[in-house]
Ligand binder design. Structure first.
Ligand SMILES: *[C@@H]1O[C@H](CO)[C@@H](O)[C@H](O)[C@H]1NC(C)=O
Ligand SMILES: *[C@@H]1O[C@H](CO)[C@@H](O)[C@H](O)[C@H]1NC(C)=O
Ligand SMILES: *[C@@H]1O[C@H](CO)[C@@H](O)[C@H](O)[C@H]1NC(C)=O
Ligand SMILES: *[C@@H]1O[C@H](CO)[C@@H](O)[C@H](O)[C@H]1NC(C)=O
Ligand SMILES: *[C@@H]1O[C@H](CO)[C@@H](O)[C@H](O)[C@H]1NC(C)=O
Ligand SMILES: *[C@@H]1O[C@H](CO)[C@@H](O)[C@H](O)[C@H]1NC(C)=O
Ligand SMILES: *[C@@H]1O[C@H](CO)[C@@H](O)[C@H](O)[C@H]1NC(C)=O
Ligand SMILES: *[C@@H]1O[C@H](CO)[C@@H](O)[C@H](O)[C@H]1NC(C)=O
Length: 911
């Protein structure tokens, strides 16, 4: 117990402390002066400041501690026409107030302690047009208001006045509004309003008075001086039926048009209550908040001219065909919350034909009403009905069948039918078939769960708006869902759909006039690129909170789904929270008119250059809460040029010169609205800027980098070029060499050719071929064909002179050959004969004659060290053109031949 108290005490302390601090925060220390108005409210003043500009016309000193308005101080501000001194501690208006401020027109002393008000107080206030004296303790001495010849508006509410009589002789000739609410006036006497004899009051506020029977009973004297009265407020008065009936009789000679009887708590009506008003032209009657439970038949029969009746928030149990009898001119009937069900009582009932007397009714509001059911003829006989609202009413309606609203066939002008939140589960075929002029049908917030075949909307030939949002995501569409409503301009399907939208043709195809389409919150994952085909008028498309990430991926089978391809008039596109991590390069192509693009809450990290380049009309771009690291001119230059608002906060920006330099400068300089500019744009990398605002980014640090960047670009392209060359040589080198050889051969070959011819004379063979026994087949197949063309080879097996020693043979024939050609394979390297002698001799000859006479044909890749071991040769010792590789690929054999021919034909001189 003690602990609880302590906690309570603590809470109270904190509360007091908090409110004090709050006040301190609110309190200004100097008056705000702007365009002739001085605001000195809530400054804890105990006197009107003397240091304000002399020419101010309006002074607000409300909510201070003033005890008096010193005439001498006010005299400093002689141009003052408005003075607000409400919420102070004034006990008197102070003599000579209006002498010091002769131009004053509006004076507000609401909520003070003004007690005695005498003739002198308002002397010279004849310019006053508006005087608020409400919430004081007024006691009138003499005729204080008699000088106010220009007063139009007077409020003396809640002053504990016991009589409405504010003067004994006629005065206030211009008064139009008099508010007497909340006083202790219990009776109205015959001459109470006689002081208004010469005025023409239009509005009389008599709310919250403890009225008893008027004393001027049935003499019609009470309101005679205010016979021109138009509006009478009697709200919150505790009226018993007798008093109300008498008051109505008192009003019978007035011009009253608008009678407000709200909040009278215990009102009971009978068929004669309003009889007295029968002679008036009453047009507006407000009976809301009265706990009315019964309206006897004929209650409103006295109001043939009534146009607007409100019965909002009552407890009605039963509406019959007699309830509204006589309301021949009624245009609006407000029954919002007028019928209810408590757990004690049975359901309220609206009988068939209840509204039949209302032949002029245009608007019937039955929002949040509870009644048993919509029977077949409830809405019968409303030939002028234009709008019917049943939103959030409870009627037990489950299935809208073709009978439910059949009676509305008698309301050919009906344009709007609002069936929001009525727990409807199903729409039957032809549910609205008789509503041919309906333009707006609202079915949001129901439990409709079905496949829409299109039959549901048959007959709605003029519908332009169809709301189906928030239907628990249980509606599935078919290609024919909307074939009977081709005039639709607005179709709302937020959180309504289930199943796939990947339909052929698209359900929206018939809607050629569609301008607004809401498909948000549907978890849609499957669509095809024809979804919006033909919707050339579409201007607003909402698809946020779906699952469209896959359809825009490049890796999507068949490529990204470009469903916006035909929606060229889009002005608003919302795609937030779709898990998008990719945007196809051409996704926004041609959207010249797009003004709003919203992509917040996705996973976008990299946007390709120029994807936004067609969005020249963009005014609002929302990309907050994505994974963007860089904002570069190449991507954002166009959309950011004419922007009114950018939202890109909460992205993990990489604050480097490369990524955000351009953006940081834009952000610093732009006039566009950027919510959270100072706190929302936080750097994630590099570590130097981690968790700091992008506005701290130093653009100067990038200046040096620009020269460096040029250098970098240069060297980078160099490196890339070399790499490219290297790769080219590696993979396509043979081809390059092949062409090079052909070219050089064409040009240089002539000379070499001459030399060749010369050399022919000296040599008998073009080449002495050394090969291993195992490679004989290759030699025959691949080398010998060259002989036919132009060369003549020496082959040991074929050309050696029999009988001569092998040694002599070799030596002689090598001399007689211009080149020595080794067919290099592992087999050759292992052949001792070859190794020991032939190679050595060949080398010898090479040195001896300074000839460049060796040609190696590699059939296998042989490491250099093996080559030097076996043949005492290194690749480096020979010219490159003398090393020829037998290719593995067939298509390269031609090139090989060419190379070999060149090698054999080349000169032997060492250059
Ligand atoms: C009611 O309206 C009619 C015609 O508009 C007018 O002649 C008549 O004087 C009005 N009655 C009252 C009481 O204002
Ligand atoms: C009022 O209702 C009573 C019955 O409830 C009926 O006798 C009387 O004629 C009605 N008065 C008028 C003016 O309709
Ligand atoms: C009102 O309904 C009652 C039956 O409930 C019927 O007798 C009466 O004729 C109806 N009155 C009118 C004006 O339709
Ligand atoms: C309305 O409710 C009543 C009583 O429950 C029932 O007899 C009647 O058939 C219902 N009418 C419709 C149209 O549901
Ligand atoms: C339908 O009625 C509901 C409440 O009853 C309201 O909130 C909603 O705005 C209305 N819809 C239209 C389109 O008028
Ligand atoms: C209403 O639907 C029923 C069957 O559901 C059908 O027999 C009847 O003809 C329909 N009425 C109209 C007017 O279409
Ligand atoms: C639509 O309203 C016009 C009058 O504006 C009327 O002539 C026509 O019959 C109505 N159509 C339907 C189907 O109610
Ligand atoms: C922001 O703008 C101001 C003046 O317009 C300039 O002095 C400042 O250096 C700018 N800061 C950045 C980060 O561009």
């Amino acid at each position: 117990m003690a602990r609880q108290k302590a906690v309570l005490l603590l809470l109270v302390c904190v509360r007091i402390l908090g409110s004090c601090m709050g006040d301190a925060r609110l309190q200004k220390t100097t008056c705000r002066v702007a365009s002739g108005k001085a605001d000195c409210s809530r400054m804890n003043l105990d006197a009107v400041p003397r240091d304000l500009p002399a020419d101010i016309t309006s002074l607000d000193v409300s909510h201070n501690r003033l005890h008096a308005l010193q005439a001498s101080t006010l005299a400093l501000y002689s141009s003052l026409s408005e003075l607000d001194a409400s919420y102070n501690s004034l006990t008197t208006l102070g003599q000579g107030l209006c002498e010091s401020v002769p131009l004053i027109r509006r004076l507000d002393v609401q909520r003070n302690q003004v007690h005695l008000l005498s003739d002198n107080d308002l002397k010279s206030c004849s310019h006053l047009t508006r005087l608020d004296l409400s919430d004081n303790r007024l006691k009138l001495r003499g005729e204080p208001f008699s000088v106010l010849n220009n007063l139009v508006w007077l409020d003396v509410s809640r002053n504990k006045l016991t009589s409405a009589r504010l003067g004994s002789r006629p005065q206030l000739p211009r008064l139009a509004t008099l508010v007497l609410a909340g006083n202790d006036i219990a009776t109205l006497r015959a001459d109470d309003f006689s002081f208004l004899n010469e005025s023409s009051v239009l509005v009389l506020g008599l709310s919250a008075l403890p009225l008893k029977e008027p004393q001027c009973l049935r003499t019609n004297d009470c309101f005679k001086p205010v016979a021109g009265l138009r509006d009478l407020m009697l709200d919150g008065s505790n009226l018993n039926p007798q008093v109300l009936s008498s008051l109505c009789w008192e009003l019978s000679e007035t011009a009253v048009r608008n009678l407000s009887l709200r909040n009278t708590q215990t009102l009971t009506l009978s068929n004669t209550t309003f009889q007295g008003l029968g002679k008036t032209n009453l047009t507006v009657l407000d009976l809301s908040n009265n706990q009315l439970s019964d309206i006897p038949k004929g209650t409103f029969q006295w109001f043939p001219l009534l146009e607007n009746l409100s019965l909002e928030h009552n407890n009605l149990k039963h509406l019959t065909n007699g309830t509204f009898l006589g309301l021949r001119s009624l245009k609006q009937l407000n029954l919002r919350k007028a019928l209810t069900k408590s757990h004690m009582s049975a359901y309220s009932v609206i009988d068939d034909f209840s509204f039949q007397p209302l032949v002029k009714l245009e608007y019937l509001c039955l929002e949040q009403t509870v009644f048993r059911n919509i029977t077949e003829n409830v809405f019968a006989g409303l030939p002028n009905l234009r709008r019917l609202d049943l939103g959030w009413s409870s009627t037990g309606l489950r299935t809208v069948s073709n009978a439910t609203f059949a009676a509305l066939a008698g309301s050919p002008l009906l344009q709007r039918l609002n069936l929001t939140g009525m727990a409807i589960r199903k729409l039957g075929p032809g549910a609205f078939y008789s509503l041919g002029n309906l333009t707006t049908l609202v079915l949001s917030h129901n439990f409709i769960s079905q496949r829409l075949t299109g039959e549901e909307f048959r007959g709605l030939g003029s519908a332009t708006e169809l709301h189906l949002s928030f239907n628990q995501q249980n509606i599935s569409l078919t290609p024919t869902s909307f074939v009977h409503v081709p005039t639709l301009r607005t179709l709302m399907l937020a959180r309504a759909l289930t199943g796939t939208l990947d339909l052929e043709p698209s359900p929206f195809q018939p809607l050629v006039n569609l301008s607004v389409l809401d498909l948000s919150n549907n978890n849609i994952a499957n669509i095809n690129s024809g979804l919006l085909d033909g919707l050339h008028q579409l201007s607003v498309l909402k698809m946020q909170h779906n699952n469209l990430a896959r359809v825009w991926k490049n890796a999507n089978p068949g490529g990204p789904v470009l469903f916006l391809r035909d929606a060229r008039n889009l002005s608003v596109l919302e795609l937030d929270y779709n898990g998008l991590d990719e945007v196809p390069l051409v996704a926004f192509r041609g959207l010249w008119r797009l003004r709003v693009l919203s992509l917040g809450g996705n996973l976008l990290n990299f946007l390709r250059d120029s994807i936004f380049d067609d969005l020249v009309s963009l005014r609002y771009l929302w990309l907050q809460k994505n994974m963007l690291t860089s904002v570069r001119r190449e991507t954002f230059g166009v959309p950011l040029a004419g922007l009114a608002e950018l939202r890109m906060e909460h992205n993990p920006f990489d604050c480097t010169c490369d990524s955000v330099l351009w953006f940081a400068e834009w952000l610093n300089a732009t006039n566009a609205s950027v919510p959270g500019r100072a706190t929302g744009y936080v750097c994630n990398t590099p570590p130097a800027y981690f968790n700091r605002s992008m506005l701290d980014f130093q653009p100067d640090s990038c200046k040096d980098l620009r020269a460096f960047q040029a250098l970098f670009a240069l060297s980078q392209s160099l490196v890339l070029g070399l790499m490219f060359l290297a790769f080219l040589m590696h993979f396509q080198g043979w081809r390059v060499r092949f062409y090079w050889n052909i070219v050089t051969n064409r040009v240089v070959g002539m000379r070499d050719g001459g030399y060749n011819d010369l050399a022919r004379d000296r040599y008998e063979y073009d080449a002495y071929v050394v090969h291993a026994e195992e490679d004989k087949r290759w030699v025959e197949r691949s080398l010998l064909p060259l002989e036919d063309e132009q060369f003549c080879f020496f082959l040991e097996d074929r050309d050696a002179v029999a009988g001569c020693s092998a040694l002599a043979n070799i030596v002689d024939n090598m001399r007689r050959s211009r080149k020595i050609l080794f067919v290099v394979t592992e087999a050759l390297l292992k052949d001792p004969w070859c190794r020991r002698f032939k190679a050595q001799h060949a080398l010898h000859q090479l040195m001896d004659e300074s000839r460049d006479a060796l040609v190696l044909v590699f059939l296998q890749d042989v490491p250099d060290h093996r080559l030097s071991q076996a043949l005492l040769l290194r690749r480096a010792m020979l010219k490159r053109r003398c090393l020829v590789h037998w290719p593995l690929q067939r298509e390269r054999v031609g090139a090989f031949r060419q190379e070999l021919q060149l090698a054999l034909a080349s000169s032997n001189r060492v250059r």
